[in-house]
Design a protein around this ligand. Structure first.
Ligand SMILES: [Zn+2]
Length: 179
């Protein structure tokens, strides 16, 4: 189950993907139902003051997707349509969430990733890479996966337990289905 809220935004509609709350896992990848018209044209950029370890994790997470599929591409800067910022909310369970904004054509026009640094402060650099890569997967339009081995499985603890820090077969199949 993907939990998301829909709110009216000035330009189109924003969806928020929360990394929490899935129970039954009898299925694998999920698509959110929204895609980019230019899935090889994503460019990430950071809010000012974004910690360097988060920037490194984002770069490594982006490269992991670029290496996993030739159907998509996300680079640094470029079209600047994937915004990454951090918050620090101790006592909050989420490590990351991704908002997708839709254009009037109902295609994804931009994404905003929020990383909760308080939740991942004890993570290794590899584990932070996994968190960023997971959120970048949402930015491409993937939902949570029920595949325990998938990068898009919602729980960090399971991904860390299985050593999943890059897209796996289930994640690639999700991209193939979208693009
Ligand atoms: Zn998620």
């Amino acid at each position: 189950m993907i939990k998301f809220s829909i709110k009216k935004a000035l330009l189109g509609v924003a969806l928020t993907v929360f990394c929490m709350g899935i129970t039954g896992v009898a299925f694998a990848y999920n698509l959110m139902g929204y895609v980019w018209s230019n899935p090889k044209g994503l460019g990430y950029y950071f809010a000012s003051g974004t910690p360097s370890d988060i920037q490194t994790a984002a770069s490594e997470g982006a490269n992991a997707w670029n290496n996993a599929s030739s159907l998509i591409y996300i680079g640094a800067g470029g079209s600047k349509n994937v915004y990454i910022k951090t918050v620090s909310q101790s006592g909050s369970a989420f490590s990351g969430m991704t908002d997708l904004k839709l254009g009037w054509d109902s295609k994804i026009s931009s994404a905003a990733i929020t990383i909760n640094t308080a939740a991942i402060s004890n993570y290794t650099s590899l584990e932070k890479k996994g968190t960023l890569a997971h959120e970048i997967g949402h930015a491409f339009g993937l939902g949570e996966s029920g595949d325990l081995w998938a990068l898009m499985y919602p729980y960090d603890s399971e991904r860390i337990y299985r050593g999943t820090y890059v897209p796996r077969d289930d994640d690639k199949q999700g991209i193939d289905a979208m693009y």
